[in-house]
Design a protein around this ligand. Sequence first.
Ligand SMILES: [Zn+2]
Length: 133
Amino acid sequence: MNNRFNQLIQYNLSGLGCWLTVIFLALFLGSVGLGWVVNGFLLLLGFLLLLPILIIWGLQWWLKRNLIQDHCPVCSYEFTGFNNTEFNCPNCNEPLEVISGRFSRITPPGTIDVNAVEVKAISLEENTDSSTS
Ligand SMILES: [Zn+2]
């Protein structure tokens, strides 16, 4: 137990020593006249730290601009789609596109309605045929 605690302290001290070495190295380089190396390194470090934040921020901005949540015009199922893309409704499989922030059907509305009626008529006929025979 005590031994483990000592190991923990040693580990922490080695970590601290590492940082102290970096700081001393930075001070040494600065005093020698290579301060620009330290500045460049710090600039790079800051850039590397800022880069993921910038990427996430940019991605969120892009998603806000391009993700559109709306209702399917056919089955009024609510889902999200990308702007300026063509996609199918996940509920009724209707091909849709985004026009000025709203989902709209690619095919003319009349044709799909007629097709749906035809499918229903065929299935009804089949049912009546099977019941009579
Ligand atoms: Zn739909």
